[in-house]
Design a protein around this ligand. Sequence first.
Ligand code: AMP
Length: 406
Amino acid sequence: MSFQDFGFIDAVARGVQSMGYVDPTPIQLRAIPAILAGKDVMGSAQTGTGKTAAFALPILTLLKEHGACRCLILEPTRELAAQVETAFRDYARYMDIKITLIQGGVGFGQQRGDLQSGVDIIVATPGRLLDLMEQGDVSLSEIQFLVLDEVDRMLDMGFLPQVRRIVEKCPKKRQTMFFSATLPPEIATMTKWVLTEPEVIEIGGQRMPAETITHALYPVAKDQKFDLLIALLERTKFESCIIFTSTKVYADKIAHQLRDLKHAVVAIHSNRTQRERVEALEGFKSGKYEVLVATDIAARGLDIAGVSHVINYDVPSHPEDYVHRIGRTGRAQQVGDAFTLFTAEELDDVRSIERFIGASIPRLKLENFEYTYTAVFNEDKVAPGGVGKGVRTLRGYSFGSARRKR
Ligand code: AMP
């Protein structure tokens, strides 16, 4: 699914394009269709997951053009309010839509002026908005879209009574989007009166891989991927290892080749019969097989104790799958290593994962492995757009062995 498939109006599609976004993030994939379909949304994603665009893009599409004040977004802090307002302006740059930021700590003049001249969207912190409401400067009677963002932080800051008063002034018939990373009892109660049959979207419940997992990326040229995999396996003292591949064909091929190299290996994917899958899993659990080669579909929900290593033969294209895959190791406070092989073509996926987990993953080079082609080590050259935010370049590489002293 790409941004073109959501059915945004043209101006919004161009706005997204000009931001340079290529693939929607997980929350965008889930929230955008729901909001466009008119549903309430209750999301547990945090800032950094692409949450703002997840609500802004469908809202802008539904607003279409300048009209009455139809959208209100409440944020706990001025910084967040300002950030969200800027994002809205960016996404709406090709639209005739008026957006205003209502926040404390600055004079009333400009905010009153904006409100009087007619705005479509208000991004506000609760205190100042209530002041303006009480002074008759703002009416919420035509609000169609209400976004309550970072509600748990609003609770921490003691804003819930104010939020409640604001929500009570909005029409009952409206679409509400509610985001909170946690759901303490006060907030759980609030969701009941504020939302109507919401679509519940939980993203990033487990964004960060467990701390007991050491993970690393191994850049490699495409035609050396398999050799690097073998070299890694040979040099790693593993008890049990799962190798993930994105296709069934590769899963079979790798299993076959490892078998030729005398590894006790079995493959698991959706083309195998249920009986074969059960046999594979049980054999892996009992130690009959030391390597399990698996595709994501077959691996979902596997809970196998004591997997010492996970190797991603391909970079998963959905960042959650990365966390999910490497979470097969390091379970229950045990240590585990997770290696991901990646080629130049997979650099964008690597970056999405790093954005998703909010950290960069160390790049390693396997010592004494004869790398034939090293362009992939220089990410500045590989990516046309240059190195993305927060991603380490070649200069940040550590050229040590991946082996960890235990
Ligand atoms: P947010 O979680 O809304 O604060 O967004 C975090 C960052 O991700 C912001 O810098 C956004 O511009 C950026 N972002 C949002 N969606 C995407 C996407 N689909 N692709 C790339 N970057 C994105």
